[in-house]
Design a protein. Structure first.
Length: 263
C-alpha cells in the first residue's frame, strides 16, 4: 500500500480521481498503479456521510480494482463480466462461509450458483493470497417505504472468510462507494439481523450509515411452493446509506415492501 495524504474534496464530482486527473490534487510517483481518493460523500453536503480514505485504483475495462489494505485487492465487477469460473469460485466461497451458520443457509449455493435470492448487478469481491476473502452484492430496485416508491441500491449477499472477520462490512461498503456514486442512487439500503446490531453500530458512528428500527420488511420467497406462503415479513434492522440525498429525505413508514426477493 502506498502511503499518501488524504485530501478532502469539495463536491461529489471529485469522488474518484485517477491518473492525470489527480495531478492537480496531489503528485505521487507510482509504478503501474494509478492513485485515487475514495470519498463516500463530500463534506459540503449536510446530512450526508463524509468519509474520505486514500486508495490505490486501477481500471481494467469495466472492472475497477481497489487496494485499500495490505494484501487485499478488491474487484468491482458487473454481473455480465463474470465468467463461469468466477461463479464457481464464489459458490464454493459462500458454501464455506455460510455452511457453519446452518446447512439451510448454504443450500442455495450447492448447485454452483453464486446468488441466493435476487441476483446482484454489481459485486465487490476481495481477494488475497488464499483466494476470495470477502463479497458484497449490489442491486438497483424500487422499494416501497410506507406509501412512497423509492429507488435504492440494495446491498446484500455479504460474506467474509472466517479467518478475516476483521475485514468487515465497512470495508465492503467503502469498496462499493465508486459504484454507488456512478449509479447516482439517492440511497443504498440493506437489512441485518438484530443480533448484528453491535457489529454494524461501529461503522454507523462515522456517518457512513444510519440504523432504522421499528420497521418490518416484506419480501417474496425465492421459490413458489404450494405448501408455503409466497412472501415473508421480517423484523430486521434496516441500514440506510445516504448517497445522493440526505438522511432527512428518507421516507417515513413502518413497512418496507421489497416486491421481490432479498438480495
Amino acid at each position: 500500500m502506498i502511503a499518501i495524504q488524504t485530501i478532502n474534496f469539495t463536491n461529489l464530482s471529485e469522488c474518484l480521481l485517477e491518473g492525470p486527473e489527480l495531478n492537480h490534487k496531489a503528485r505521487t510517483q507510482t509504478s503501474g498503479t494509478d492513485l485515487g481518493f475514495l470519498v463516500l460523500a463530500a463534506r459540503d453536503r449536510p446530512g450526508m456521510c463524509a468519509c474520505t480514505m486514500p486508495v490505490c485504483a486501477r481500471r481494467a475495462g469495466n472492472e475497477l480494482e481497489l487496494c485499500m489494505s495490505a494484501g487485499v485487492r478488491w474487484k468491482i465487477s458487473w454481473e455480465n463480466d463474470l465468467e463461469p469460473s468466477d461463479h464457481a469460485e464464489l459458490s464454493e466461497f459462500f458454501r464455506a462461509t455460510y455452511g457453519p451458520t446452518g446447512a439451510f443457509n448454504a443450500k442455495p449455493f450447492e448447485t454452483g450458483r453464486s446468488w441466493a435470492g435476487a441476483r446482484p448487478e454489481r459485486r465487490a469481491i476481495a481477494y488475497d493470497s488464499k483466494g476470495i476473502a470477502s463479497h458484497m452484492g449490489l442491486l438497483r430496485r424500487f422499494i416501497k417505504v410506507g406509501e412512497t416508491d423509492l429507488l435504492v441500491a440494495e446491498l446484500g449477499l455479504y460474506g467474509v472468510r472466517p479467518d478475516l472477520e476483521g475485514l468487515g462490512i465497512a470495508h465492503s461498503i467503502r469498496a462499493l462507494a465508486p459504484a454507488l456514486q456512478e449509479l447516482a442512487v439517492p440511497f443504498a439500503f440493506g437489512t441485518v439481523r438484530h443480533a448484528m446490531r453491535n457489529h454494524v453500530e461501529r461503522f454507523c458512528r462515522d456517518g457512513i450509515s444510519n440504523i432504522v428500527t421499528g420497521v418490518r420488511v416484506r419480501s417474496t420467497l425465492p421459490d413458489a411452493l404450494p405448501n408455503m406462503p409466497s412472501t415473508r415479513t421480517e423484523d430486521v434492522l434496516v441500514l440506510v446509506f445516504p448517497i445522493g440525498r440526505p438522511m432527512s429525505e428518507w421516507p417515513p413508514g413502518s413497512l418496507i415492501e421489497r416486491n421481490g426477493c432479498e438480495l
